[in-house]
Write a protein that binds this ligand. Structure first.
Ligand code: TEU
Ligand code: CA
Length: 549
Protein backbone atom coordinates (compact mmCIF):
# COMPACT_ATOMS: atom_id res chain seq x y z
CA UNK A 1 0.00 0.00 0.00
CA UNK A 2 1.48 3.39 -0.88
CA UNK A 3 2.02 5.84 1.96
CA UNK A 4 -1.00 8.11 2.47
CA UNK A 5 0.09 11.48 3.89
CA UNK A 6 -2.48 13.38 5.99
CA UNK A 7 -2.33 16.31 8.43
CA UNK A 8 -3.98 14.19 11.10
CA UNK A 9 -1.15 11.65 10.91
CA UNK A 10 1.47 14.31 11.65
CA UNK A 11 -0.25 16.13 14.49
CA UNK A 12 -0.87 15.38 18.16
CA UNK A 13 -4.24 15.29 19.95
CA UNK A 14 -4.75 16.70 23.46
CA UNK A 15 -7.94 15.50 25.17
CA UNK A 16 -9.80 17.95 27.40
CA UNK A 17 -12.46 16.79 29.87
CA UNK A 18 -14.09 20.25 30.08
CA UNK A 19 -15.73 19.66 33.47
CA UNK A 20 -12.31 19.29 35.07
CA UNK A 21 -9.99 21.50 33.02
CA UNK A 22 -10.51 25.15 34.11
CA UNK A 23 -13.44 26.89 35.76
CA UNK A 24 -13.91 30.57 34.88
CA UNK A 25 -16.95 31.54 36.99
CA UNK A 26 -16.27 29.83 40.33
CA UNK A 27 -19.18 27.42 40.18
CA UNK A 28 -16.72 24.54 40.59
CA UNK A 29 -17.31 23.25 37.07
CA UNK A 30 -14.83 23.64 34.24
CA UNK A 31 -16.16 25.58 31.26
CA UNK A 32 -15.39 26.92 27.78
CA UNK A 33 -14.19 30.32 28.99
CA UNK A 34 -11.82 28.46 31.27
CA UNK A 35 -10.39 26.61 28.29
CA UNK A 36 -10.12 29.89 26.37
CA UNK A 37 -7.99 31.26 29.21
CA UNK A 38 -5.60 28.32 28.79
CA UNK A 39 -5.14 28.36 24.99
CA UNK A 40 -1.66 29.87 25.23
CA UNK A 41 -0.71 27.12 27.71
CA UNK A 42 -1.76 24.49 25.16
CA UNK A 43 0.01 26.31 22.32
CA UNK A 44 3.17 26.55 24.42
CA UNK A 45 3.04 22.81 25.15
CA UNK A 46 2.97 22.23 21.38
CA UNK A 47 -0.16 20.12 20.89
CA UNK A 48 -2.20 20.55 17.70
CA UNK A 49 -5.70 19.07 17.87
CA UNK A 50 -7.95 19.57 20.89
CA UNK A 51 -10.49 16.78 21.45
CA UNK A 52 -13.31 18.19 23.61
CA UNK A 53 -15.38 15.66 25.55
CA UNK A 54 -19.12 16.39 25.17
CA UNK A 55 -20.21 19.98 25.88
CA UNK A 56 -23.80 19.63 24.64
CA UNK A 57 -26.98 19.96 26.68
CA UNK A 58 -27.24 16.94 28.98
CA UNK A 59 -28.76 15.89 32.32
CA UNK A 60 -25.20 14.71 33.13
CA UNK A 61 -26.19 11.18 34.09
CA UNK A 62 -22.92 10.14 32.46
CA UNK A 63 -21.23 13.56 32.53
CA UNK A 64 -22.39 14.62 29.09
CA UNK A 65 -22.29 11.25 27.32
CA UNK A 66 -26.10 11.40 27.56
CA UNK A 67 -27.06 14.19 25.19
CA UNK A 68 -30.47 15.87 25.33
CA UNK A 69 -29.77 18.51 22.65
CA UNK A 70 -26.97 18.05 20.09
CA UNK A 71 -27.34 21.63 18.88
CA UNK A 72 -26.82 23.52 22.11
CA UNK A 73 -24.03 24.05 24.61
CA UNK A 74 -24.74 22.95 28.19
CA UNK A 75 -25.25 26.19 30.19
CA UNK A 76 -22.72 24.89 32.77
CA UNK A 77 -20.08 25.04 30.03
CA UNK A 78 -21.19 28.39 28.60
CA UNK A 79 -22.86 29.65 25.44
CA UNK A 80 -22.58 29.06 21.70
CA UNK A 81 -20.82 32.44 21.53
CA UNK A 82 -18.22 31.05 23.98
CA UNK A 83 -17.85 28.01 21.74
CA UNK A 84 -17.36 30.19 18.66
CA UNK A 85 -14.69 32.19 20.54
CA UNK A 86 -12.93 29.00 21.62
CA UNK A 87 -12.91 27.64 18.06
CA UNK A 88 -11.65 30.97 16.67
CA UNK A 89 -8.99 31.09 19.40
CA UNK A 90 -7.72 27.65 18.48
CA UNK A 91 -7.70 28.36 14.74
CA UNK A 92 -5.92 31.70 15.34
CA UNK A 93 -3.14 29.69 17.02
CA UNK A 94 -2.92 27.21 14.15
CA UNK A 95 -4.64 24.55 16.26
CA UNK A 96 -7.71 22.42 15.55
CA UNK A 97 -10.82 21.22 17.38
CA UNK A 98 -12.59 17.86 17.20
CA UNK A 99 -15.86 17.30 19.00
CA UNK A 100 -17.17 14.18 20.74
CA UNK A 101 -20.03 12.67 18.73
CA UNK A 102 -22.17 10.46 20.98
CA UNK A 103 -24.80 8.90 18.72
CA UNK A 104 -24.90 5.25 19.70
CA UNK A 105 -27.42 6.55 22.23
CA UNK A 106 -29.02 9.79 23.30
CA UNK A 107 -30.24 10.97 26.68
CA UNK A 108 -33.70 9.81 27.74
CA UNK A 109 -34.42 13.54 28.02
CA UNK A 110 -33.79 14.08 24.30
CA UNK A 111 -37.03 15.13 22.52
CA UNK A 112 -36.77 12.06 20.28
CA UNK A 113 -37.00 9.74 23.27
CA UNK A 114 -39.62 11.83 25.05
CA UNK A 115 -41.79 11.39 21.96
CA UNK A 116 -40.81 7.76 21.43
CA UNK A 117 -41.92 6.67 24.89
CA UNK A 118 -45.37 8.34 24.56
CA UNK A 119 -47.03 5.53 22.63
CA UNK A 120 -46.35 2.50 20.48
CA UNK A 121 -47.58 4.28 17.39
CA UNK A 122 -45.71 7.54 18.01
CA UNK A 123 -43.76 8.60 14.86
CA UNK A 124 -40.57 8.53 16.97
CA UNK A 125 -41.23 5.07 18.44
CA UNK A 126 -38.67 3.31 16.28
CA UNK A 127 -35.94 5.90 16.86
CA UNK A 128 -35.07 3.52 19.72
CA UNK A 129 -35.26 -0.22 20.38
CA UNK A 130 -38.54 -1.13 22.09
CA UNK A 131 -39.42 -4.79 22.66
CA UNK A 132 -42.05 -6.67 24.66
CA UNK A 133 -40.79 -8.58 27.68
CA UNK A 134 -40.24 -12.34 27.68
CA UNK A 135 -41.40 -14.73 30.45
CA UNK A 136 -42.10 -11.76 32.71
CA UNK A 137 -38.65 -10.27 32.25
CA UNK A 138 -36.51 -8.34 29.76
CA UNK A 139 -36.53 -9.30 26.04
CA UNK A 140 -33.11 -11.02 26.39
CA UNK A 141 -30.26 -11.55 28.83
CA UNK A 142 -27.99 -8.71 27.69
CA UNK A 143 -26.35 -6.67 30.48
CA UNK A 144 -25.54 -2.98 30.46
CA UNK A 145 -21.82 -2.17 30.30
CA UNK A 146 -22.53 -0.15 33.42
CA UNK A 147 -24.17 -3.03 35.29
CA UNK A 148 -27.65 -4.47 35.48
CA UNK A 149 -29.90 -5.43 32.61
CA UNK A 150 -29.49 -3.63 29.25
CA UNK A 151 -33.30 -3.30 29.14
CA UNK A 152 -35.50 -0.89 31.12
CA UNK A 153 -39.20 -1.58 31.55
CA UNK A 154 -41.58 1.27 30.67
CA UNK A 155 -45.01 0.58 32.22
CA UNK A 156 -46.71 3.29 30.17
CA UNK A 157 -46.48 1.20 27.00
CA UNK A 158 -45.69 -2.15 28.67
CA UNK A 159 -42.45 -2.59 26.71
CA UNK A 160 -38.70 -2.48 27.41
CA UNK A 161 -36.14 -0.21 25.76
CA UNK A 162 -32.47 -1.06 25.12
CA UNK A 163 -29.60 0.81 26.81
CA UNK A 164 -26.09 -0.61 26.57
CA UNK A 165 -25.05 2.00 29.13
CA UNK A 166 -27.21 3.63 31.79
CA UNK A 167 -31.01 3.55 31.61
CA UNK A 168 -30.82 7.28 30.86
CA UNK A 169 -28.84 6.48 27.69
CA UNK A 170 -31.32 4.68 25.39
CA UNK A 171 -29.69 3.21 22.27
CA UNK A 172 -30.63 4.87 18.98
CA UNK A 173 -32.02 2.62 16.27
CA UNK A 174 -29.71 3.23 13.31
CA UNK A 175 -31.80 0.86 11.20
CA UNK A 176 -34.25 3.76 11.00
CA UNK A 177 -33.22 6.08 8.12
CA UNK A 178 -34.66 9.04 10.06
CA UNK A 179 -32.13 8.41 12.84
CA UNK A 180 -29.29 8.29 10.32
CA UNK A 181 -30.58 11.52 8.75
CA UNK A 182 -30.74 13.06 12.23
CA UNK A 183 -27.09 12.16 12.78
CA UNK A 184 -26.09 13.59 9.40
CA UNK A 185 -27.81 16.86 10.31
CA UNK A 186 -25.83 16.99 13.57
CA UNK A 187 -22.56 16.33 11.72
CA UNK A 188 -23.27 19.03 9.15
CA UNK A 189 -24.27 21.61 11.78
CA UNK A 190 -20.93 21.34 13.59
CA UNK A 191 -18.81 20.90 10.45
CA UNK A 192 -20.36 24.04 8.97
CA UNK A 193 -19.27 25.85 12.13
CA UNK A 194 -15.72 25.01 11.10
CA UNK A 195 -14.69 22.22 13.49
CA UNK A 196 -11.99 19.88 12.25
CA UNK A 197 -13.55 16.49 12.94
CA UNK A 198 -15.13 14.13 15.43
CA UNK A 199 -14.27 11.49 17.98
CA UNK A 200 -17.12 8.99 17.65
CA UNK A 201 -18.26 7.41 20.91
CA UNK A 202 -18.66 3.59 20.98
CA UNK A 203 -19.18 3.74 17.23
CA UNK A 204 -18.63 -0.03 16.63
CA UNK A 205 -21.89 -0.64 18.58
CA UNK A 206 -24.34 1.29 16.38
CA UNK A 207 -25.55 -1.79 14.50
CA UNK A 208 -27.43 -4.43 16.48
CA UNK A 209 -28.71 -7.94 15.72
CA UNK A 210 -32.37 -6.98 15.48
CA UNK A 211 -33.50 -10.40 16.67
CA UNK A 212 -31.83 -9.59 20.00
CA UNK A 213 -30.93 -13.20 20.75
CA UNK A 214 -29.78 -14.19 24.25
CA UNK A 215 -26.05 -14.54 24.61
CA UNK A 216 -24.26 -17.39 26.35
CA UNK A 217 -21.11 -15.27 26.76
CA UNK A 218 -20.54 -14.10 30.31
CA UNK A 219 -17.14 -12.44 29.87
CA UNK A 220 -17.51 -8.63 29.95
CA UNK A 221 -14.87 -7.97 27.30
CA UNK A 222 -16.10 -10.72 24.94
CA UNK A 223 -19.70 -9.52 25.16
CA UNK A 224 -18.62 -6.09 23.93
CA UNK A 225 -16.54 -7.53 21.08
CA UNK A 226 -18.84 -10.37 20.00
CA UNK A 227 -22.34 -9.18 20.82
CA UNK A 228 -22.48 -5.35 21.08
CA UNK A 229 -19.80 -4.29 18.58
CA UNK A 230 -19.22 -5.09 14.91
CA UNK A 231 -22.91 -5.60 14.14
CA UNK A 232 -24.22 -6.56 10.67
CA UNK A 233 -24.60 -3.05 9.25
CA UNK A 234 -21.97 -1.02 11.11
CA UNK A 235 -19.88 -0.52 7.97
CA UNK A 236 -22.90 0.37 5.85
CA UNK A 237 -23.88 3.07 8.34
CA UNK A 238 -20.34 4.47 8.66
CA UNK A 239 -19.88 4.55 4.89
CA UNK A 240 -23.22 6.33 4.53
CA UNK A 241 -22.10 9.06 6.95
CA UNK A 242 -18.83 9.38 5.05
CA UNK A 243 -20.33 9.45 1.55
CA UNK A 244 -23.22 11.76 2.37
CA UNK A 245 -21.50 14.30 4.68
CA UNK A 246 -17.96 13.78 5.92
CA UNK A 247 -16.14 13.44 2.59
CA UNK A 248 -17.24 17.00 1.70
CA UNK A 249 -14.96 18.41 4.41
CA UNK A 250 -11.21 18.23 5.08
CA UNK A 251 -11.74 16.81 8.53
CA UNK A 252 -10.61 13.88 10.66
CA UNK A 253 -12.76 11.17 12.25
CA UNK A 254 -11.52 8.92 15.03
CA UNK A 255 -13.71 6.13 16.32
CA UNK A 256 -13.65 4.95 19.91
CA UNK A 257 -13.14 1.28 19.33
CA UNK A 258 -14.44 -1.01 22.08
CA UNK A 259 -14.62 -4.45 20.50
CA UNK A 260 -12.48 -3.62 17.47
CA UNK A 261 -9.69 -6.21 17.15
CA UNK A 262 -6.80 -6.39 14.73
CA UNK A 263 -8.86 -8.91 12.76
CA UNK A 264 -11.46 -6.29 11.81
CA UNK A 265 -9.63 -2.97 12.22
CA UNK A 266 -8.98 -2.30 8.53
CA UNK A 267 -12.71 -2.73 7.85
CA UNK A 268 -13.09 0.50 9.86
CA UNK A 269 -9.91 2.47 9.11
CA UNK A 270 -8.60 1.11 5.81
CA UNK A 271 -7.69 4.12 3.66
CA UNK A 272 -9.88 2.73 0.89
CA UNK A 273 -12.92 2.11 3.09
CA UNK A 274 -14.56 5.54 3.28
CA UNK A 275 -15.49 5.01 6.95
CA UNK A 276 -13.18 6.29 9.72
CA UNK A 277 -9.73 7.83 9.50
CA UNK A 278 -8.44 6.18 12.65
CA UNK A 279 -9.48 4.45 15.87
CA UNK A 280 -8.71 4.55 19.55
CA UNK A 281 -8.54 0.75 19.91
CA UNK A 282 -8.96 -0.30 23.52
CA UNK A 283 -7.19 -3.68 23.52
CA UNK A 284 -4.34 -2.48 25.76
CA UNK A 285 -6.78 -0.44 27.84
CA UNK A 286 -8.87 -3.50 28.65
CA UNK A 287 -5.75 -5.37 29.83
CA UNK A 288 -6.25 -6.38 33.44
CA UNK A 289 -10.04 -6.49 33.12
CA UNK A 290 -11.33 -9.81 34.44
CA UNK A 291 -14.57 -11.52 33.39
CA UNK A 292 -16.61 -8.95 35.37
CA UNK A 293 -14.82 -5.97 33.79
CA UNK A 294 -12.48 -3.32 35.10
CA UNK A 295 -13.46 -3.74 38.76
CA UNK A 296 -12.52 -7.41 38.51
CA UNK A 297 -8.81 -6.89 37.99
CA UNK A 298 -6.45 -9.62 36.81
CA UNK A 299 -2.66 -9.31 36.50
CA UNK A 300 -1.04 -8.23 33.25
CA UNK A 301 2.53 -7.45 32.21
CA UNK A 302 4.48 -5.10 30.03
CA UNK A 303 4.96 -8.02 27.65
CA UNK A 304 1.16 -8.11 27.23
CA UNK A 305 1.27 -4.39 26.32
CA UNK A 306 4.11 -4.86 23.83
CA UNK A 307 2.44 -7.88 22.21
CA UNK A 308 -0.62 -5.71 21.56
CA UNK A 309 1.36 -2.79 20.12
CA UNK A 310 3.33 -5.18 17.87
CA UNK A 311 0.18 -6.85 16.61
CA UNK A 312 -1.57 -3.55 15.88
CA UNK A 313 1.38 -2.06 14.03
CA UNK A 314 1.59 -5.19 11.85
CA UNK A 315 -2.18 -5.33 11.26
CA UNK A 316 -2.60 -1.67 10.32
CA UNK A 317 0.72 -0.97 8.61
CA UNK A 318 0.32 1.67 5.90
CA UNK A 319 -3.21 0.52 5.06
CA UNK A 320 -4.98 2.37 7.83
CA UNK A 321 -4.30 4.37 10.96
CA UNK A 322 -4.67 4.30 14.75
CA UNK A 323 -4.25 6.73 17.58
CA UNK A 324 -1.66 5.87 20.24
CA UNK A 325 -2.62 6.65 23.82
CA UNK A 326 -2.21 5.23 27.32
CA UNK A 327 -4.99 7.03 29.16
CA UNK A 328 -8.19 8.97 28.59
CA UNK A 329 -11.28 9.97 30.63
CA UNK A 330 -12.37 6.34 31.03
CA UNK A 331 -9.21 4.73 32.40
CA UNK A 332 -6.80 5.34 35.27
CA UNK A 333 -3.87 7.75 35.04
CA UNK A 334 -1.18 6.20 32.87
CA UNK A 335 1.70 6.97 35.23
CA UNK A 336 -0.18 5.07 37.97
CA UNK A 337 -1.32 2.20 35.77
CA UNK A 338 1.65 1.61 33.46
CA UNK A 339 4.42 3.60 35.19
CA UNK A 340 5.55 3.90 38.81
CA UNK A 341 3.90 6.85 40.51
CA UNK A 342 5.56 6.15 43.85
CA UNK A 343 9.34 5.97 43.42
CA UNK A 344 9.79 6.92 39.74
CA UNK A 345 6.87 9.21 38.93
CA UNK A 346 8.84 11.76 36.93
CA UNK A 347 11.03 9.24 35.11
CA UNK A 348 8.18 6.89 34.24
CA UNK A 349 5.82 9.71 33.23
CA UNK A 350 8.49 10.84 30.76
CA UNK A 351 9.19 7.32 29.52
CA UNK A 352 5.49 6.81 28.79
CA UNK A 353 5.41 10.19 27.02
CA UNK A 354 8.30 9.14 24.79
CA UNK A 355 6.50 5.87 24.00
CA UNK A 356 3.19 7.56 23.10
CA UNK A 357 4.96 10.22 21.03
CA UNK A 358 7.25 7.86 19.05
CA UNK A 359 5.11 4.78 18.27
CA UNK A 360 3.34 4.75 14.90
CA UNK A 361 -0.06 6.45 15.12
CA UNK A 362 -1.52 9.80 16.06
CA UNK A 363 -0.57 10.40 19.71
CA UNK A 364 -3.31 11.46 22.12
CA UNK A 365 -2.34 13.11 25.40
CA UNK A 366 -4.94 13.28 28.19
CA UNK A 367 -5.09 16.49 30.22
CA UNK A 368 -2.70 16.40 33.17
CA UNK A 369 -0.43 13.68 31.79
CA UNK A 370 1.97 16.46 30.77
CA UNK A 371 2.71 17.05 34.47
CA UNK A 372 2.44 13.42 35.58
CA UNK A 373 -0.86 13.68 37.43
CA UNK A 374 -1.65 10.45 39.30
CA UNK A 375 -4.62 8.36 40.42
CA UNK A 376 -6.52 9.55 43.45
CA UNK A 377 -7.45 7.48 46.52
CA UNK A 378 -10.61 8.85 48.09
CA UNK A 379 -11.49 6.99 51.30
CA UNK A 380 -15.26 7.30 50.95
CA UNK A 381 -17.43 6.07 48.06
CA UNK A 382 -19.35 9.35 48.40
CA UNK A 383 -16.27 11.26 47.20
CA UNK A 384 -16.62 9.58 43.80
CA UNK A 385 -18.96 10.86 41.10
CA UNK A 386 -18.85 8.36 38.22
CA UNK A 387 -22.17 6.66 37.44
CA UNK A 388 -20.24 3.57 36.29
CA UNK A 389 -18.71 3.31 39.77
CA UNK A 390 -22.06 3.64 41.52
CA UNK A 391 -23.90 1.22 39.23
CA UNK A 392 -21.17 -1.42 39.46
CA UNK A 393 -20.98 -0.90 43.25
CA UNK A 394 -24.66 -1.95 43.45
CA UNK A 395 -23.84 -5.12 41.46
CA UNK A 396 -20.84 -5.95 43.63
CA UNK A 397 -22.87 -5.39 46.81
CA UNK A 398 -25.36 -7.98 45.53
CA UNK A 399 -22.36 -10.30 45.15
CA UNK A 400 -21.50 -9.69 48.80
CA UNK A 401 -18.57 -7.32 48.26
CA UNK A 402 -18.36 -4.74 51.05
CA UNK A 403 -18.33 -1.05 50.16
CA UNK A 404 -14.94 -0.76 51.85
CA UNK A 405 -13.49 -3.48 49.61
CA UNK A 406 -15.19 -2.02 46.54
CA UNK A 407 -13.66 1.42 47.21
CA UNK A 408 -10.23 -0.22 47.13
CA UNK A 409 -11.09 -1.52 43.64
CA UNK A 410 -12.13 1.98 42.62
CA UNK A 411 -8.74 3.32 43.74
CA UNK A 412 -6.92 1.57 40.92
CA UNK A 413 -9.67 1.11 38.34
CA UNK A 414 -12.28 3.86 38.59
CA UNK A 415 -12.76 6.52 35.94
CA UNK A 416 -12.74 9.38 38.47
CA UNK A 417 -8.98 8.84 38.75
CA UNK A 418 -8.69 10.92 35.58
CA UNK A 419 -11.61 13.24 36.28
CA UNK A 420 -10.31 15.10 39.33
CA UNK A 421 -9.62 18.73 38.40
CA UNK A 422 -6.51 19.81 36.55
CA UNK A 423 -3.84 20.84 39.03
CA UNK A 424 -2.61 24.30 37.91
CA UNK A 425 -0.91 25.55 41.08
CA UNK A 426 -0.78 25.01 44.85
CA UNK A 427 -3.42 27.62 45.70
CA UNK A 428 -6.81 26.64 47.09
CA UNK A 429 -8.58 24.30 44.62
CA UNK A 430 -5.30 24.02 42.67
CA UNK A 431 -6.07 27.11 40.61
CA UNK A 432 -8.88 25.14 38.93
CA UNK A 433 -11.72 27.10 40.51
CA UNK A 434 -12.50 29.79 43.04
CA UNK A 435 -15.43 27.67 44.26
CA UNK A 436 -15.85 24.13 45.57
CA UNK A 437 -15.09 21.80 42.65
CA UNK A 438 -17.76 19.31 41.47
CA UNK A 439 -15.36 16.55 42.56
CA UNK A 440 -12.60 16.75 45.14
CA UNK A 441 -9.13 17.64 43.95
CA UNK A 442 -6.33 15.09 44.33
CA UNK A 443 -4.69 16.03 47.66
CA UNK A 444 -1.26 15.75 46.00
CA UNK A 445 -1.97 18.98 44.08
CA UNK A 446 0.26 20.83 46.53
CA UNK A 447 3.25 18.98 45.09
CA UNK A 448 1.98 18.05 41.61
CA UNK A 449 0.80 21.10 39.66
CA UNK A 450 1.74 22.99 36.50
CA UNK A 451 3.60 25.82 38.26
CA UNK A 452 5.63 23.45 40.45
CA UNK A 453 6.44 21.14 37.57
CA UNK A 454 7.49 23.88 35.16
CA UNK A 455 9.84 25.28 37.83
CA UNK A 456 11.71 21.98 38.07
CA UNK A 457 14.99 21.18 36.31
CA UNK A 458 13.51 17.80 35.35
CA UNK A 459 10.08 19.16 34.42
CA UNK A 460 7.72 16.64 32.83
CA UNK A 461 6.00 19.47 30.96
CA UNK A 462 9.40 20.54 29.62
CA UNK A 463 10.08 17.00 28.41
CA UNK A 464 6.70 16.79 26.63
CA UNK A 465 7.39 20.16 25.04
CA UNK A 466 10.80 19.02 23.74
CA UNK A 467 9.37 15.76 22.41
CA UNK A 468 6.46 17.52 20.71
CA UNK A 469 8.82 20.00 19.06
CA UNK A 470 11.08 17.15 17.98
CA UNK A 471 8.17 15.36 16.32
CA UNK A 472 7.33 18.50 14.40
CA UNK A 473 10.91 18.66 13.15
CA UNK A 474 10.92 15.09 11.79
CA UNK A 475 7.93 13.59 9.89
CA UNK A 476 9.60 10.21 10.46
CA UNK A 477 7.54 9.93 13.65
CA UNK A 478 4.43 10.12 11.51
CA UNK A 479 5.40 8.08 8.47
CA UNK A 480 8.50 6.08 9.42
CA UNK A 481 8.33 2.29 9.48
CA UNK A 482 8.25 0.84 13.00
CA UNK A 483 10.70 -2.00 13.72
CA UNK A 484 11.39 -3.56 17.09
CA UNK A 485 14.70 -4.93 18.40
CA UNK A 486 13.96 -8.49 19.44
CA UNK A 487 15.63 -10.85 21.90
CA UNK A 488 16.35 -8.20 24.52
CA UNK A 489 15.62 -8.19 28.24
CA UNK A 490 11.88 -8.38 29.02
CA UNK A 491 12.28 -4.99 30.74
CA UNK A 492 13.22 -3.22 27.51
CA UNK A 493 11.09 -1.86 24.70
CA UNK A 494 13.48 -0.85 21.90
CA UNK A 495 12.42 0.15 18.42
CA UNK A 496 13.29 2.30 15.41
CA UNK A 497 11.30 4.58 13.17
CA UNK A 498 12.71 4.79 9.69
CA UNK A 499 12.14 6.71 6.49
CA UNK A 500 14.99 8.80 5.10
CA UNK A 501 15.93 9.42 8.74
CA UNK A 502 16.20 6.78 11.45
CA UNK A 503 15.41 7.21 15.13
CA UNK A 504 16.09 4.68 17.88
CA UNK A 505 13.92 4.63 21.01
CA UNK A 506 15.23 2.79 24.08
CA UNK A 507 12.83 2.31 27.01
CA UNK A 508 13.59 0.52 30.29
CA UNK A 509 10.08 0.11 31.71
CA UNK A 510 11.29 -1.41 34.98
CA UNK A 511 12.86 -0.71 38.36
CA UNK A 512 15.95 -2.68 37.28
CA UNK A 513 19.29 -1.59 35.83
CA UNK A 514 19.48 -2.96 32.28
CA UNK A 515 22.56 -3.24 30.09
CA UNK A 516 22.42 -2.18 26.47
CA UNK A 517 23.52 -5.17 24.40
CA UNK A 518 22.91 -3.71 20.97
CA UNK A 519 25.03 -1.43 18.82
CA UNK A 520 24.79 2.31 19.46
CA UNK A 521 27.49 3.11 16.91
CA UNK A 522 26.23 5.69 14.41
CA UNK A 523 23.46 6.89 16.70
CA UNK A 524 23.51 10.31 18.37
CA UNK A 525 21.69 10.72 21.69
CA UNK A 526 19.11 13.48 21.12
CA UNK A 527 16.91 13.27 24.24
CA UNK A 528 16.86 11.40 27.54
CA UNK A 529 14.54 11.50 30.57
CA UNK A 530 17.21 11.44 33.26
CA UNK A 531 20.91 12.00 33.89
CA UNK A 532 23.10 8.90 33.65
CA UNK A 533 26.88 8.75 33.14
CA UNK A 534 26.81 5.10 32.01
CA UNK A 535 26.31 4.84 28.26
CA UNK A 536 25.67 1.09 28.13
CA UNK A 537 23.67 0.68 31.34
CA UNK A 538 20.12 1.96 31.66
CA UNK A 539 18.85 3.19 35.00
CA UNK A 540 15.32 2.28 36.17
CA UNK A 541 12.67 3.87 33.92
CA UNK A 542 15.35 5.41 31.69
CA UNK A 543 14.20 6.48 28.23
CA UNK A 544 16.49 7.56 25.40
CA UNK A 545 15.91 8.88 21.89
CA UNK A 546 18.75 8.55 19.37
CA UNK A 547 19.04 9.77 15.78
CA UNK A 548 21.08 7.92 13.21
CA UNK A 549 23.83 10.28 11.95
O1 TEU B 1 -16.97 4.64 26.61
C1 TEU B 1 -17.36 3.33 26.23
C2 TEU B 1 -16.33 2.41 26.72
O2 TEU B 1 -15.96 1.48 26.05
C3 TEU B 1 -15.70 2.71 28.05
O3 TEU B 1 -16.64 3.52 28.75
C4 TEU B 1 -15.53 1.44 28.85
O4 TEU B 1 -16.23 0.40 28.20
C5 TEU B 1 -16.15 1.61 30.21
O5 TEU B 1 -15.33 2.55 30.89
C6 TEU B 1 -16.34 0.32 30.89
O6 TEU B 1 -15.13 -0.14 31.40
C7 TEU B 1 -17.64 5.69 25.95
C8 TEU B 1 -17.21 6.99 26.63
O7 TEU B 1 -15.80 7.17 26.44
C9 TEU B 1 -17.55 6.88 28.09
O8 TEU B 1 -17.08 8.01 28.82
C10 TEU B 1 -19.07 6.79 28.20
O9 TEU B 1 -19.39 6.57 29.56
C11 TEU B 1 -19.61 5.63 27.36
O10 TEU B 1 -19.05 5.52 26.07
C12 TEU B 1 -21.10 5.83 27.13
O11 TEU B 1 -21.26 6.95 26.28
CA1 CA C 1 -17.69 27.11 35.58
Amino acid sequence: MTLVKKWWKEQVIYQIYPRSFQDSNDDGIGDLRGIISRLDYLKDLGVDIIWLCPIYDSPNDDNGYDISNYYDIHPEFGTMADFDELLAGLHARGMKLIMDLVVNHSSDEHEWFEESRKSKDNPYRDYYFWRPGKNGGPPNNWNSIFGGSAWEYDAHTDEYYLHLFTKKQPDLNWENPKVRQGVKDILRFWLDKGINGFRMDVIPCISKDLDFPDTDIDDFNRVIAEVYANGPKVHTYLNELYESVIQEYDVMTVGEGPGISTAVCLDYVGHDRGELDMIFHLEHMFLGHGPLGKFDPIPFSWEDIKVIFRRWDKAVGDSGWISVFLDNHDFPRMVSRFGNDKDFRTESAKLLAMMVLTLRGTPCIYQGSEIGMTNVHFDKLEDYRDVETYNVHKEFQERGVSTEDFVKLVHDNGRDNVRTPMQWDDSLHAGFSGGDPWIRINPNYKQINVVADKAKQDSIFGFYKKLLAYRKQYKTFAYGVWDEFKGLSENLFVYTRTDDEQFLVVLNHSEEHESIEFELEGYHLELRNLENKMETVLLPWEARLYRKV
